[in-house]
Design a protein around this ligand. Sequence first.
Ligand code: SAH
Length: 348
Amino acid sequence: MKILGDLSENELKELISETGEKPFRAGQILRGLRSGKRISEITELSVGLRKSLLEKFVDLPVEIIETRKSAIDGTEKFLFRLSDGNVIEGVLMKYKYGNTQCVSTQVGCRMGCAFCASGIGGLVRNLSAGEILGQIEQVNVYLGGTLTDRKVTNVVLMGSGEPLDNYENTVKFLKNVSDSSGLNISPRNISLSTCGLVPEIRKLAEENIDVNLTVSLHNPFDEQRKKLMPIAYKYKVKEILDACSYYFKKTGRRYIFEYSLVKGQNDTKECADELIRLLKGRHCHVNIIRLNEVKEKGLLPTSDKTAYSFAETLSKSGLSATVRRSMGADIEGACGQLRRKYLEKEGV
Ligand code: SAH
């Protein structure tokens, strides 16, 4: 079965013209789907049209099956079930300026980073564009939002998966989510986080989509980075930095480095000095993250004191650097943790 929400408005128009229905039906379908409805609930369409769509397409591709709300900061965690029974997770963070939703791009992940829970079972499969979009559609409805009064204002592709390892679907998602007759979320309000797939960063720079680029650096030394991120065997830090410069040249958008501090591994003076040497003068910001401990991984977070002094060392040298506020600490906030709990409970 296919997913109707994968289609753009033009593709829907083509599909509709093949059935002999009037072209405006495409718009009705698009608005229905982007409002989080099942195909069977789009009552503007005739029973016959709904029935013929349901012969080819799944009724609802993404469904919320569990939610948890942090008592500390209101952060909400969601478990979603996909139409083939796979389970993914996402988070909604509430800020003064709006709500940011963190979405997954793959079921599992094959990047195998040492600290990350998403990669523990490897990659199961890519999400389609409509499944990435479906997470936002469902959370928007859950929060009482509509297309004209959207409750999800910002999106980060920082859930499970490596978005650039699922390049075509991610790009299609970025195009469909910014569709003015749909959810109308500008790519300027979306951050794409990658572990540093160099050719795909360069390709993305050519797409003419102004999405914010965020790169997980986590160590400025290639040899040390390999211990945390296997992708470092493939691409050197220097190649990543060159690709980021290219991204800036093409889009004019400042990029962000994520740096999750692991005790004794990347929180040293040597690392701070090398970051300064590499990043000074670049159009970038460094986001210092305190490691969310994942019990299977055995890595320890740096103390808050060291995290703040690490950030201060960077700022004093003129780099733009901040320590990211930890959110949802009481609800398995880090990538992949809630899904792992769910799979353990179900004995999967
Ligand atoms: N594949 C993408 C998106 C992954 S998750 C990427 O690698 O960027 C988003 C961020 O959370 C990444 O920077 C990732 O390295 C980081 N992250 C994953 N698990 C973490 C953990 N347990 N503690 C802190 N940061 C973590």
